[in-house]
Structure formats: structure tokens, C-alpha cells
Write a protein that binds this ligand. Structure first.
Ligand code: ARG
Length: 462
């Protein structure tokens, strides 16, 4: 039975009912709806609507329902209730009779759904914080395992300057660190409880909303009832957290897809996260990474969709807002899965040190070092840049790396070049010079690894 039958003399068209019902997706809010209902029943005691005994009976029935739902959430889907709120209320009435009909006093599905969804976001947010952390740990482990592996660094996908595998991995740890703190910020901002705001104008009972909010685990109660029932900023903010993090993960995926190509051969992905071709027996495709890259589009799309749904929506609640859930659930599920999959990919990754070294040595990645060398000899940088450009053209023509050119060959372009140039052109020197904070010198990498390990070890979850 619908919750709003009294005013209607005709049943809803089955096609409309199917179109309107949200149970098939909002059943995921069952736990939150029950917990919120327990909180509400306590608030109703405070205003004299329920006796202590009645509240206890309601709470016992709700707790029993919660246990059943936790054991088998799918059972809800066999009901034809309109949404999860009707389902919970229907179950309650079936169990405690008329007493169950008192629970909705002073409450609207508008403040109820807003509360349920925030509770769900809080719980899901904690899981996501943990999986971001887990991926950071996996990256850190890969960085430590390959601390001294030299890797070519790229700009414009052209070999630019050598870096190390650890430095590359730590770059993603940093991105995830921002994702982590962004998500924490969003969770802190959404931590105000809308329950007791009624349909839009506030509940007509003198509920102590602050106490209710604390009882439900929120930091406090929202301040404006109109805003409270129509605010979905947190949905957008969480989707934004997901979108930006998925953009990071897509870059991670793309880097590794490239590193894993036959052409680069820097890494080999495990059989556990790759698939074969139905036609070409030699193929081992990086599907896990390609899916991560692809799913970034889906998450950003969901966020854009929600922004458009809310755009120009008049206050307060409108049914448009029911559209918030499928996109949010999908975006956060996808984000969660991709964080997990990225960590799995790293678990068994094999780095081919010989290939990364050869690539880092080729491609004139030490050209900047030669320019800096000339600067140290008193040549202005712009001029030095030009001299090195000409030297590189020559080196390409004779098919040698810079460090293989003879002194005579080098001196054609600048007479200041002497024997002491060769150590400067070595990989050790190129890396070792970059001692400023954030640079790729071995002592900086080891400090960065140490700092990040300690930072992650200190992290606490609620
Ligand atoms: N299923 C609805 C939603 O997700 C619940 C709120 C219904 N409120 C209403 N006034 N019809 O938004």
C-alpha cells in the first residue's frame, strides 16, 4: 500500500508506478533508513508522541529488521513498495501493528531521504578513505621495491629527463593524498543532520534537533529547513571527489599501459590482471588498466548529470532529486572498484630495469645537463641552450649519445667543453644533482619515501 493513498480514488497506472518507484535502487539505504527511524522514535519520546514503552517496542522491531536486512539486503527487492521508506514503515506495521503507524509523526520523506543519504555517504566515505589509503600503500611498496630503478621521465611523451620508478610512483601517492583530504573535507561539510526539517518548513514538534543529530552520529543539526531538504551539494561534492580521483587513476592507468607496450617494455603486468585475445594468441592486453581509464568517463559523466539535474531546480524538494541516487551509487562504486583494481595491478607488477635504464640513457635526456655544464663555465643559459641544440643535431646525425661524442666533436660547438664534461653527462650525476626538495636525487627519494611511510602509518580512521 502506498503511503499517500487517502487523497486518491484511482490506483496508479502500473507504468507510472514502475517509472516513479525507487525501491530497486534506494533499497541500498535500508540500513540508514532503519537507523534514522530509531533516532526519530527516540525524538518522538522527547516530545511526548511515544511513551518509553512504545519507543522500546518500535526500536526492538527496527533492530530485528536491521539484522534481517543486513543478512539479506536483496530480500527487499521482492516487495512492490514505492521506496525504501515505505518498505521499512510497511515492515514495521506488519510487525508491531498500529504502533508502527505512529513513527512517521512529524517526519516527511523529504527530511528522511536527505538524512538517509547523508548517513550512507558518511559510511561509504569511510570505506573510500580506506581504499585510497590502501592504494597509496601499494604504490609506496612498489616505490620501495624499485627505489633505484631509473626511468625515463617524459614531457610531450618525448623523453625529457631521467627520473626513478620510485619518484614516478610517489607522484601518484601525492595525487591520492589530495584525493584523501578532499574527501575528508567533503565528509566534514556534509556532517550536519537534516532530520526534523519536515517536508520543507520544519517539523511541527519541538524536537531537540541537536540531540537527535548527535544521536545519529552527526556533528550537529542543519540550520535551515528549506535548504536541508533540497541540498544535494554533498552528492555533487562526493562525485567531484570521485571524478578527480578517477582522472588521477586514468593517468596512472595510461602511464602503465604505455610502460607495458612492446615498444617501451618497462613493466610487465601479471597474468592476473590482463586478458588474451580470442584471435591473436600472442596478445596479453592490459584490460584492468584500460577499464580504469575508461571508467573515468563514466564517473565524470554521472557528476555532470547530477549538476544538470539540480540546475535551476526550485526550492524545496522536487522529485527530480530522486535522480541523485543511481548516479551517486554508481560513481562511488566505480571509484571504489578502480582504487582496488589499481592496487591489485601493482601487487605483481614486474619492472624491467634493463629496459628502463636503456631508455633513460637514450633520447638525449642528459641534454639539460650539458647546458647546465656550459652555464657553470660562464656561458649564459640561452646561449648554452642553443649550443646544446646544435650538439644534439650533430649527435643524432652520427648516431651517438652525447656522452659518446669525443672531446673534439663536443668542442666544435663550444671551446669551453673539457674532460670534466663526461661525469656530468652520467645518469648518476643527472639524478644526483637534483637535491632540492621534491627532486629526484637518491637522498630526496629516500627522504620522500620515509616521510610518506611515516605519514601513512600515523593515519587514523574512525
Ligand atoms: N524516493 C524519494 C527520493 O528518493 C523519497 C522522497 C519522496 N518524497 C516525496 N515528497 N515524494 O527522493
Amino acid at each position: 500500500m502506498a503511503l499517500w493513498g487517502g487523497r486518491f480514488s484511482q490506483a496508479a497506472d502500473t507504468r507510472f508506478k514502475q517509472f516513479n518507484d525507487s525501491l530497486r535502487f534506494d533499497y541500498r539505504l535500508a540500513e540508514q533508513d532503519i537507523v534514522g527511524s530509531v533516532g526519530w522514535s527516540r525524538a518522538l519520546v522527547q516530545v511526548g508522541i511515544l511513551s518509553v514503552d512504545e519507543q522500546q517496542r518500535l526500536e526492538a522491531a527496527l533492530q530485528a529488521l536491521l539484522a534481517e536486512v543486513q543478512a539479506n539486503p536483496q530480500q527487499i527487492l521482492s516487495s512492490d513498495a514505492e521506496d525504501i521508506h515505505s518498505w521499512v514503515e510497511g515492515q514495521l506495521i506488519a510487525r508491531v501493528g498500529d504502533l508502527g503507524k505512529k513513527l512517521h509523526t512529524g517526519r516527511s520523506r523529504n527530511d528522511q531521504v536527505a538524512t538517509d543519504l547523508k548517513l550512507w555517504c558518511k559510511a561509504q566515505g569511510q570505506l573510500l578513505l580506506q581504499s585510497i589509503h590502501h592504494l597509496q600503500q601499494a604504490l609506496l611498496a612498489a616505490a620501495k621495491a624499485n627505489e633505484s630503478v631509473v626511468l625515463p621521465g617524459y614531457t610531450h611523451l618525448q623523453r625529457a629527463q631521467p627520473v626513478t620508478f620510485a619518484h614516478w610512483a610517489l607522484a601518484y601517492v601525492e595525487m591520492l593524498e589530495r584525493d584523501f583530504s578532499r574527501l575528508q573535507d567533503a565528509l566534514a561539510r556534509l556532517n550536519l543532520c537534516p532530520l526534523g526539517c519536515g517536508a520543507l518548513a520544519g517539523t511541527a514538534y519541538a524536537i531537540d534537533r541537536e540531540a537527535l543529530a548527535l544521536d545519529l552520529g552527526f556533528a550537529g543539526a542543519t540550520r535551515n529547513s528549506l535548504d536541508s531538504v533540497s541540498d544535494r551539494d554533498h552528492v555533487i561534492e562526493l562525485m567531484n571527489c570521485a571524478s578527480l580521483s578517477m582522472v588521477h587513476l586514468s593517468r596512472f592507468a595510461e602511464d602503465l599501459i604505455f610502460f607495458n607496450t612492446g615498444e617501451a617494455g618497462f613493466v610487465e603486468l601479471s597474468d592476473k590482471v590482463t586478458s588474451g585475445s580470442s584471435l591473436m594468441p600472442q596478445k596479453k592486453n592490459p584490460d584492468a588498466l584500460e577499464l580504469i581509464r575508461g571508467k573515468a568517463g563514466r564517473v565524470v559523466g554521472a557528476q555532470t548529470g547530477m549538476l544538470m539535474t539540480l540546475k535551476a531546480l526550485p526550492l524545496a524538494y522536487n522529485k527530480d532529486m530522486q535522480e541523485d541516487k543511481e548516479g551517486l551509487f554508481d560513481a562511488l562504486d566505480t571509484w571504489y572498484d578502480c582504487l582496488d583494481m589499481a592496487a591489485l595491478v601493482l601487487e605483481d607488477i614486474r619492472v624491467n630495469q634493463a629496459r628502463t635504464l636503456a631508455a633513460a640513457q637514450g633520447g638525449y635526456a642528459n641534454a639539460t645537463e650539458l647546458a647546465d655544464y656550459l652555464v657553470a663555465k660562464g656561458i649564459p643559459f640561452r646561449e648554452a641552450h642553443h649550443i646544446v641544440g646544435e650538439t644534439v643535431v650533430f649527435a643524432i646525425k652520427v648516431g651517438k649519445p652525447l656522452e659518446a661524442l669525443s672531446l673534439v666533436e663536443l668542442q666544435q660547438f663550444s671551446p669551453v667543453v673539457a674532460d670534466d664534461v663526461y661525469p656530468v653527462l652520467s645518469l648518476e650525476s643527472t639524478l644526483g644533482k637534483r637535491v632540492a626538495k621534491g627532486g629526484v636525487a637518491p637522498q630526496q627519494i629516500s627522504a620522500a619515501l620515509g616521510w610518506m611511510s611515516a605519514h601513512l602509518a600515523k593515519r587514523e580512521f574512525n
